[in-house]
Design a protein around this ligand. Structure first.
Ligand SMILES: CC(C)(COP(=O)(O)OP(=O)(O)OC[C@H]1O[C@@H](n2cnc3c(N)ncnc32)[C@H](O)[C@@H]1OP(=O)(O)O)[C@@H](O)C(=O)NCCC(=O)NCCS
Length: 160
Protein backbone atom coordinates (compact mmCIF):
# COMPACT_ATOMS: atom_id res chain seq x y z
CA UNK A 1 0.00 0.00 0.00
CA UNK A 2 1.32 3.43 -0.83
CA UNK A 3 -0.04 6.90 -0.12
CA UNK A 4 1.05 9.67 -2.49
CA UNK A 5 -0.06 13.14 -3.47
CA UNK A 6 -2.75 13.20 -6.18
CA UNK A 7 -2.14 14.20 -9.78
CA UNK A 8 -4.70 15.38 -12.33
CA UNK A 9 -4.95 11.78 -13.63
CA UNK A 10 -6.44 10.72 -10.29
CA UNK A 11 -9.41 13.07 -10.43
CA UNK A 12 -11.86 10.71 -12.26
CA UNK A 13 -11.29 8.02 -9.59
CA UNK A 14 -11.85 10.50 -6.76
CA UNK A 15 -14.98 11.89 -8.40
CA UNK A 16 -16.50 8.46 -9.10
CA UNK A 17 -15.96 7.29 -5.52
CA UNK A 18 -17.29 10.58 -4.12
CA UNK A 19 -20.43 10.32 -6.24
CA UNK A 20 -21.12 6.78 -5.08
CA UNK A 21 -20.59 7.71 -1.40
CA UNK A 22 -22.73 10.85 -1.74
CA UNK A 23 -25.49 8.87 -3.44
CA UNK A 24 -25.53 6.26 -0.68
CA UNK A 25 -27.00 8.86 1.68
CA UNK A 26 -25.52 7.39 4.84
CA UNK A 27 -22.28 9.26 5.60
CA UNK A 28 -21.90 12.61 3.81
CA UNK A 29 -24.14 15.66 3.98
CA UNK A 30 -23.23 16.09 0.29
CA UNK A 31 -25.88 14.23 -1.70
CA UNK A 32 -26.38 13.01 -5.26
CA UNK A 33 -27.09 16.57 -6.46
CA UNK A 34 -23.51 17.67 -5.67
CA UNK A 35 -21.84 18.96 -8.84
CA UNK A 36 -18.38 18.06 -10.08
CA UNK A 37 -17.27 21.68 -9.50
CA UNK A 38 -18.36 21.62 -5.85
CA UNK A 39 -16.70 18.23 -5.31
CA UNK A 40 -13.48 19.41 -6.87
CA UNK A 41 -13.40 22.54 -4.75
CA UNK A 42 -13.91 20.48 -1.60
CA UNK A 43 -11.54 17.61 -2.31
CA UNK A 44 -9.02 18.46 -4.99
CA UNK A 45 -8.26 22.13 -5.66
CA UNK A 46 -6.12 24.40 -3.50
CA UNK A 47 -6.28 25.15 -0.65
CA UNK A 48 -7.27 21.47 -0.37
CA UNK A 49 -4.41 19.00 -0.82
CA UNK A 50 -5.50 15.60 -2.08
CA UNK A 51 -3.72 12.29 -1.46
CA UNK A 52 -4.26 8.90 -3.02
CA UNK A 53 -3.94 5.45 -1.49
CA UNK A 54 -2.98 2.68 -3.90
CA UNK A 55 -2.92 -1.06 -3.32
CA UNK A 56 -1.02 -3.06 -5.93
CA UNK A 57 -1.15 0.00 -8.20
CA UNK A 58 -4.95 0.20 -8.00
CA UNK A 59 -6.83 3.24 -6.70
CA UNK A 60 -8.03 2.22 -3.21
CA UNK A 61 -8.86 5.44 -1.41
CA UNK A 62 -8.27 9.13 -1.03
CA UNK A 63 -8.12 11.89 1.54
CA UNK A 64 -7.88 15.65 1.55
CA UNK A 65 -6.51 18.11 4.06
CA UNK A 66 -7.57 21.78 4.00
CA UNK A 67 -8.02 24.70 6.41
CA UNK A 68 -11.19 24.20 8.44
CA UNK A 69 -11.92 27.94 8.47
CA UNK A 70 -10.59 31.01 6.63
CA UNK A 71 -8.45 33.74 8.19
CA UNK A 72 -8.22 33.50 11.96
CA UNK A 73 -9.39 29.88 11.98
CA UNK A 74 -7.00 28.64 9.30
CA UNK A 75 -4.51 27.07 11.71
CA UNK A 76 -6.94 24.16 12.29
CA UNK A 77 -7.09 21.54 9.55
CA UNK A 78 -10.12 19.71 8.24
CA UNK A 79 -9.86 16.41 6.38
CA UNK A 80 -12.08 13.94 4.55
CA UNK A 81 -11.50 10.27 3.69
CA UNK A 82 -12.99 7.63 1.39
CA UNK A 83 -11.97 4.03 0.87
CA UNK A 84 -13.26 2.17 -2.21
CA UNK A 85 -15.75 -0.55 -1.11
CA UNK A 86 -13.57 -3.45 -2.23
CA UNK A 87 -10.69 -2.23 -0.05
CA UNK A 88 -12.63 -1.55 3.16
CA UNK A 89 -11.94 -3.34 6.44
CA UNK A 90 -8.19 -3.63 5.84
CA UNK A 91 -6.99 -0.67 7.89
CA UNK A 92 -6.71 1.79 4.99
CA UNK A 93 -8.76 4.49 6.74
CA UNK A 94 -6.57 4.31 9.82
CA UNK A 95 -3.43 4.40 7.63
CA UNK A 96 -4.71 7.40 5.64
CA UNK A 97 -5.76 9.23 8.79
CA UNK A 98 -2.33 8.70 10.37
CA UNK A 99 -0.74 9.93 7.13
CA UNK A 100 -3.03 12.98 7.01
CA UNK A 101 -2.02 13.95 10.55
CA UNK A 102 1.61 14.03 9.42
CA UNK A 103 0.62 15.97 6.29
CA UNK A 104 -1.30 18.51 8.35
CA UNK A 105 1.55 18.94 10.79
CA UNK A 106 3.98 19.40 7.91
CA UNK A 107 1.68 22.09 6.44
CA UNK A 108 1.80 23.98 9.74
CA UNK A 109 -1.64 23.18 11.17
CA UNK A 110 -1.86 22.82 14.94
CA UNK A 111 -4.95 20.60 15.21
CA UNK A 112 -7.47 18.74 13.07
CA UNK A 113 -11.25 18.94 13.26
CA UNK A 114 -13.98 16.83 11.68
CA UNK A 115 -17.18 18.83 11.53
CA UNK A 116 -19.80 16.25 10.65
CA UNK A 117 -19.11 12.57 11.40
CA UNK A 118 -22.38 10.67 11.22
CA UNK A 119 -22.81 8.96 14.59
CA UNK A 120 -23.96 5.71 12.93
CA UNK A 121 -20.83 5.54 10.73
CA UNK A 122 -19.21 2.97 13.01
CA UNK A 123 -16.16 2.29 10.87
CA UNK A 124 -15.35 6.00 10.67
CA UNK A 125 -15.89 6.71 14.37
CA UNK A 126 -13.72 3.66 15.28
CA UNK A 127 -10.98 4.72 12.86
CA UNK A 128 -10.84 8.32 14.05
CA UNK A 129 -10.86 7.31 17.72
CA UNK A 130 -8.05 4.87 17.02
CA UNK A 131 -6.11 7.82 15.55
CA UNK A 132 -6.53 9.85 18.74
CA UNK A 133 -9.62 11.93 17.96
CA UNK A 134 -12.05 12.82 20.72
CA UNK A 135 -15.71 13.64 20.23
CA UNK A 136 -16.06 17.24 21.40
CA UNK A 137 -19.60 17.85 20.25
CA UNK A 138 -22.77 16.05 19.27
CA UNK A 139 -25.23 17.76 16.92
CA UNK A 140 -28.65 16.28 17.69
CA UNK A 141 -30.44 14.83 14.66
CA UNK A 142 -28.30 16.91 12.30
CA UNK A 143 -28.15 14.26 9.56
CA UNK A 144 -31.02 12.79 7.56
CA UNK A 145 -29.80 9.23 7.04
CA UNK A 146 -31.31 7.59 3.96
CA UNK A 147 -32.38 4.50 5.92
CA UNK A 148 -32.31 5.46 9.59
CA UNK A 149 -33.89 8.89 9.38
CA UNK A 150 -32.66 11.62 11.73
CA UNK A 151 -29.38 10.73 13.45
CA UNK A 152 -26.73 12.73 15.32
CA UNK A 153 -23.52 14.10 13.82
CA UNK A 154 -20.28 14.33 15.79
CA UNK A 155 -17.62 17.02 15.91
CA UNK A 156 -14.26 15.30 16.44
CA UNK A 157 -10.98 17.00 17.29
CA UNK A 158 -7.32 16.18 17.80
CA UNK A 159 -4.30 18.35 18.51
CA UNK A 160 -1.28 17.72 16.32
C1 LIG B 1 -15.30 5.01 6.90
C2 LIG B 1 -14.25 4.37 5.97
C3 LIG B 1 -13.28 5.46 5.49
C4 LIG B 1 -13.49 3.30 6.78
O1 LIG B 1 -12.50 2.76 5.92
P1 LIG B 1 -11.83 1.33 6.20
O2 LIG B 1 -10.54 1.32 5.44
O3 LIG B 1 -12.78 0.24 5.91
O4 LIG B 1 -11.55 1.39 7.77
P2 LIG B 1 -10.47 0.55 8.54
O5 LIG B 1 -10.28 -0.80 7.86
O6 LIG B 1 -9.25 1.40 8.74
O7 LIG B 1 -11.22 0.28 9.92
C5 LIG B 1 -11.43 1.30 10.84
C6 LIG B 1 -12.08 0.73 12.07
O8 LIG B 1 -13.45 0.45 11.84
C7 LIG B 1 -13.74 -0.93 12.06
N1 LIG B 1 -14.65 -1.28 11.00
C8 LIG B 1 -14.37 -1.38 9.68
N2 LIG B 1 -15.49 -1.65 8.98
C9 LIG B 1 -16.48 -1.73 9.91
C10 LIG B 1 -17.87 -1.96 9.82
N3 LIG B 1 -18.49 -2.17 8.64
N4 LIG B 1 -18.60 -1.97 10.97
C11 LIG B 1 -18.01 -1.75 12.14
N5 LIG B 1 -16.68 -1.49 12.28
C12 LIG B 1 -15.94 -1.48 11.18
C13 LIG B 1 -12.43 -1.64 11.96
O9 LIG B 1 -12.43 -2.83 12.72
C14 LIG B 1 -11.50 -0.60 12.53
O10 LIG B 1 -11.60 -0.58 13.95
P3 LIG B 1 -10.38 -1.06 14.83
O11 LIG B 1 -9.21 -0.24 14.41
O12 LIG B 1 -10.85 -0.77 16.21
O13 LIG B 1 -10.23 -2.51 14.49
C15 LIG B 1 -14.93 3.66 4.75
O14 LIG B 1 -15.93 2.78 5.22
C16 LIG B 1 -15.53 4.65 3.76
O15 LIG B 1 -14.86 5.12 2.85
N6 LIG B 1 -16.83 4.96 3.93
C17 LIG B 1 -17.50 5.94 3.08
C18 LIG B 1 -16.93 7.36 3.27
C19 LIG B 1 -16.87 7.76 4.73
O16 LIG B 1 -17.69 7.35 5.54
N7 LIG B 1 -15.86 8.58 5.07
C20 LIG B 1 -15.68 9.06 6.42
C21 LIG B 1 -16.63 10.15 6.74
S1 LIG B 1 -16.39 10.78 8.39
Amino acid sequence: MIIREATEADWPHVLTLFQSVATSGDVFAYDESTTEAVTRKLWFDLPARCWICEVEERFAGTYYVRPNQPGRGNHIANAGYMVAPEFRGRGLAVAMCAHSLETAKHLGFTAMQFNFVVSENTAAVCAWERCGFATVGRLPQAFRHRELGLVDALVMFREL
